[in-house]
Design a protein around this ligand. Structure first.
Ligand code: SAH
Ligand code: DHB
Ligand code: MG
Length: 224
């Protein structure tokens, strides 16, 4: 088993189960042209996010880490009339590319990108007396995952789902002595999950065109 095979199978899945379309293709193309890092979710992962959003009948989605808006488009398409994605992004260039991609996909009315460090925009979001989020996708800097998860618990309700991307890191997650702050961010999340009663969580390892990684899925429990 190797990267070449994982990529070939991802392509095969994209050609069969997860066909692309002009707006998704254009989002990837524009992101690449603007020299954004090629780290968006893959098509099959994007569709999984969309399915999760539909499973929880999401009306309000929070994304932490927009990049070029590729995952944002998948999520926004899951929403009913009046639904909304709020996506938090630090890098103005990424946000600009994302806004154009989302506009091209015809989703501007459903998506709001908030520029700034999520560490700053999350408290502001929490201070707004708005409805809680039905689905939260954590996909920004990995060192801050514990902080983002803590905010996500405040911003969600029983029945909400919280998804955290990139939590296996080629297997490096098991190295307790790792000097990689991203690995330590994920490890602190796992320490939190080990005792956190408010969610029911699992982590799934994945392979594909983005290599070997994984995601955590946490369902917010009903209050006992
Ligand atoms: N969700 C996107 C990929 C996000 S990549 C997709 O799958 O299509 C991670 C993004 O998080 C980058 O655009 C990066 O600029 C942004 N980011 C990094 N640190 C951040 C921070 N502290 N606050 C908000 N966004 C941040
Ligand atoms: C990185 C970030 C991501 O969100 C991802 O899915 C893959 C890689 C990164 O920062 O390298
Ligand atoms: Mg990611």
């Amino acid at each position: 088993m190797n990267q070449e095979q994982w990529t070939a199978v991802d392509h095969y899945i994209s050609e069969t189960v997860v066909p692309s379309d002009a707006a998704l293709d254009a989002a990837i193309e524009a992101s690449s042209k603007a020299e954004l890092p090629a780290i968006a979710v893959t098509p099959n992962q994007g569709k999984l996010l969309q399915i999760f959003a539909r499973l929880v009948h999401a009306r309000r989605v929070l994304e932490i880490g927009t990049l070029g808006g590729y995952s944002t488009i998948w999520l926004a398409r899951a929403l009913p009339e009046g639904g909304r994605v709020i996506s938090l992004e630090l890098n103005p260039k990424h946000a600009e590319v994302a806004r154009a991609n989302i506009e091209r996909a015809g989703l501007s009315k459903r998506v709001e990108i908030r520029l700034g460090r999520a560490q700053d925009t999350l408290p502001k979001l929490a201070a707004e007396a708005k409805d809680l989020f039905d689905l939260i996708f954590i996909d920004a800097d990995k060192a801050s995952i514990p902080q983002y998860f803590t905010w996500s618990l405040k911003l969600s309700r029983p029945g909400s789902v919280i998804i955290v991307d990139n939590v296996v890191r080629k297997g490096a997650v098991i190295d307790a002595a790792s000097s990689d702050e991203d690995v330590q961010g994920v490890r602190r999340l796992n320490d939190m999950l080990a005792t956190e009663k408010r969610v029911t969580a699992t982590t799934i390892q994945t392979v594909g065109s983005k290599g070997y990684d994984g995601f955590t899925l946490a369902l917010v429990n009903a209050v006992a």
